[in-house]
Design a protein around this ligand. Structure first.
Ligand code: SF4
Length: 775
């Protein structure tokens, strides 16, 4: 694998921050925006971001407040939207100057910083360079390749979570009319475990709470999640919870600045004051110990009920709406404190304090993200969280429920629109009836199975609509080899990324509009829609002139490709869809439950909330009731001399794309090949702070993976744990290491050893460049 950035010789380390946002957040947002584009364009994007009738922020899937501020965005949203609104352009001359091999030798950061793609580019088989190609030739080439395959299952169509509802619906329609369910998406790598666990227990794959519930909760658990970096406006919501008297418990292996204290730049006390303390309790848990923690809490709730019958459990709720209580009680009877200590690293007093807070709270919400889903036992962990909430009736009433927080702005909507390799029959029945064809019923490949299929030659064409598949996936070397073995790779993209340099024999780059750009079609200016983490659907309308006259929207690209590939079907008006996206929404209204009167419901800009039956205590499980489940206790057993490593984003990074080498909340500057380890563990391992190591992952099948040249940094991580940035550390996670049930790569549970390696050059003295004390 190519190095992603310059060696870590410029590493500078400062004290981790103990608060997030405030004035520095505003300064960094504006600073990065103005480094990318003009003050006028910056103002145009930011003043329209997350406003009714404006641009939906593509930064993450956190919902908007009903009452919106003039500046309704966070540092990361501002950086992300202006990273894409950049004034820099990539032309045909750029591709003539740089061969694919040359581009591949550059870092991800460098690729991203080159600017917006402006015209379709083709790398012909055997060629060293991309060359310009017309849209007709480009789409004709893809269509010919697809029509020439022995089976539709030899192609796969990956969707990134930024793709709009309209484009996602058309893509799955095209792919199913073509004849396959090979529709992997980025959800396979993030919240698939949530969907699996919640589907089995509550009968929904989605969260059950609204923003009002977050504000009204008595107690919120934030588990395996770093909102200060990944969904920063969630901190405003948690601040509101605190103002209303609610409490917050953070459960995480790393202390994160945003969960310690939040300085809300929208409030005077966030600018000149101390801000708001967020977490009332911080449980610094070992990676993967969450299942044991929630099992013990459930056992303690049952014991408290036994001690004072009728005071702890919500018997009315359990009697009417749940099954499995007796089985759960019997199952948890065997759990011991020692197992929980070993799995979590927590002390008895900490857990008893948590229990006291739970018993005091009338309404409880549990929020989580990848810190739970990307473990081998991620699915049972989330099922246990459902048990925890069900026992006290914390589902389907105000201020209570489950809240999986999603990172990509429309990843939930894409799944709602049918981007799924395992579509339910009811969806396929409705799709087939609407468009007069029989959709394929055999399940397709997800992201992991897709890499296997490419690697083994069973998939020959890869089409990626948005995203950066090669960098998002685990086992980087294997994923690269798989993509390079394809006959054709096609990327629909706004900017250059690694998935254009790691490509098939023939490769196409199809440049598309960003969400911030005006989308003009034959039927006039179009809007698209998205669905956030709380099932709110609303429109997004671009405001900037497109980066190039040669760009097509995603809807246009999919419609034209479908027309070139498929036999005509009088019930599918691809040209009409391209001209007027309202026609797509009319079909969605008839195929997807909850979207009736779709066009009318988005007309006012505020949008609408999809039906959330669980919020009304309607459980669409086979029994019609919520299911308390018995989950075998699992945790990672770590051999002596080893650590459990998690991969994570830096603060100056959006998904796979780093904007700089800085992670200022954690005090890491000008380097990304770093591995953070508790100083006491470093001492036990005999490693000096800042020493150079190879990180070597060790797997039960005896295989090892190596990520060379990382600099060790002493950091207040949970004992026995380590953390490194993704995608640099993705190479450590084998393709076959996946969460049971969901097939999600286990990027948060990697057992590693750190092997010292000789210093290539003497370490430079750390220079103080901004007045911050260097540790
Ligand atoms: S919280 Fe998420 S959606 Fe909201 S402005 Fe920030 S990045 Fe954008």
């Amino acid at each position: 694998m190519k190095p992603i950035e310059d060696p870590a010789d410029d590493l500078r380390v400062t004290e981790p921050k103990t608060w997030a946002a405030g004035l520095p957040g505003v300064q960094h947002a504006l600073g990065y925006s103005l480094s990318q584009t003009s003050p006028r364009r910056t103002a145009l994007t930011l003043l329209n971001l997350n406003q009714a009738g404006g641009i939906d922020c593509p930064g993450c899937a956190w919902p908007e407040n009903k009452k919106r501020h003039t500046n309704e965005y966070c540092e990361n949203g501002a950086k992300h939207v202006n990273d894409e609104a950049t004034s820099r352009r990539i032309t045909a001359e750029f591709f003539a100057e740089h061969s694919v091999a040359d581009l591949d030798a550059h870092s991800d950061m460098w690729l991203n910083q080159q600017g917006r793609l402006t015209e379709p580019m083709l790398k012909r088989a055997g060629a060293t360079h991309y060359e310009p190609v017309g849209w007709d030739e480009a789409l004709g080439l893809v269509a010919a390749e697809l029509r020439g395959l022995d089976s539709p299952d030899e192609a796969m169509f990956y969707t990134s979570g930024r793709v709009s509802n309209e484009a996602a619906f058309l893509l799955q329609l095209f792919v199913r009319a073509y004849g396959t369910n090979n529709l992997p998406d980025c959800s396979n790598m993030c919240h698939e475990s949530s969907g699996d666990a919640l589907g089995a227990t509550l009968g929904t794959g989605k969260g059950t709470v609204s923003l009002d519930d977050i504000h009204a909760a008595d107690l919120i658990f934030v588990v395996g999640q770093n909102p200060g970096t990944n969904h920063p406006r969630m901190l405003s919501a948690l601040e509101e919870t605190k103002r209303n008297g609610g409490k917050i418990i953070a459960v995480n292996p790393l202390p994160e600045a945003g969960l310690i204290r939040f300085k809300n730049p929208q409030r005077p006390r966030g600018i000149v004051g101390r801000g708001t303390k967020i977490a009332d309790q911080f449980l610094q848990i070992r990676p993967g110990g969450d299942l044991a923690l929630f099992q013990l809490l459930n056992r303690l709730l049952l014991e408290a009920e036994d001690a004072a019958p009728g005071t702890v459990l919500d018997h009315d709720f359990l009697d009417q709406h749940a099954i499995g209580l007796d089985e759960l009680r019997a199952h948890l009877a065997g759990l011991t404190w020692d197992e929980v200590f070993a799995a979590t690293g927590l002390a008895r007093e900490e857990i008893e304090q948590t229990l006291a807070m739970v018993l005091e709270a009338r309404s409880v919400i549990v929020c989580w993200a990848m810190g739970l889903t990307q473990h081998k036992h991620g699915v049972p962990t989330i099922r246990e969280i459902a048990n925890f909430l069900l026992l006290r009736g914390n589902i389907g009433r105000p201020g209570a429920g489950v809240c999986p927080v999603r990172g990509h702005s429309n990843v939930q909507g894409d799944r709602t629109m049918g981007i799924w390799e395992r579509p339910p029959d009811a969806f396929l029945d409705a799709l087939g009836a609407e468009f007069g064809f029989e959709p394929p019923r055999e399940h397709g490949v997800d992201s992991v199975a897709g890499v296997r299929a490419m690697r083994e030659g069973r998939a020959k064409v890869f089409v990626g609509v948005g995203g950066n598949f090669v960098r998002a996936m685990s086992d980087s070397d294997v994923t690269e080899e798989a993509l390079r073995s394809c006959r054709l790779t096609v990327q629909v993209s706004t900017k250059l990324n690694r998935s254009h340099t790691v490509c098939g024999e023939t490769a196409l780059i199809l440049p598309t509009l960003s969400r911030s750009e005006v989308d003009r079609q034959a039927g006039g200016v179009q809007v698209v829609t998205v669905e956030d983490s709380m099932s709110q659907v609303h429109a997004s309308r671009g405001k900037l002139e497109p980066a190039s006259p040669h760009l097509l929207s995603e809807v246009a690209i999919i419609s034209r490709l479908a027309r070139r590939t498929l036999e005509p079907n009088p019930r599918i008006d691809w040209a009409g869809f391209e001209a007027d996206y309202g026609r797509i929404r009319d079909h969605i209204a008839r195929v997807v439950p909850g979207f009736d009167d779709f066009n009318a419901k988005i007309a006012d800009g505020a949008g609408f909330r999809l039906p959330t039956p669980v919020a009304d205590r309607v459980f669409r499980t086979p029994s019609g009731k919520a299911v308390l489940t018995c989950n075998e206790l699992e945790w990672l057993r770590v051999p002596p001399g080893h650590l459990v490593l998690q991969t994570m984003r830096s603060h100056d990074q959006w998904n796979t794309v780093p904007y700089s080498g800085n992670d200022r909340y954690r005090g890491i500057h000008d380097a990304r090949r770093v591995v953070m380890v508790n100083p006491e563990d470093l001492a036990e391992l005999g490693l000096a702070d800042r020493s150079l190591v190879d990180v070597v992952s060790v797997w039960t099948d005896g295989t090892e993976r190596r990520a060379p040249g990382f600099r060790v940094v002493g950091y207040p991580a949970a004992r026995g744990s380590a953390a490194a940035y993704y995608p640099e550390a993705n190479v450590l996670v084998p393709l076959d290491s996946v969460a049971d049930g969901s097939n999600t790569p286990t990027s948060k549970g990697v057992i590693v050893r750190l092997e010292p390696v000789p210093e290539p050059v003497p370490e430079p003295a750390g220079a103080v460049t901004d007045g911050t004390a260097v540790r």
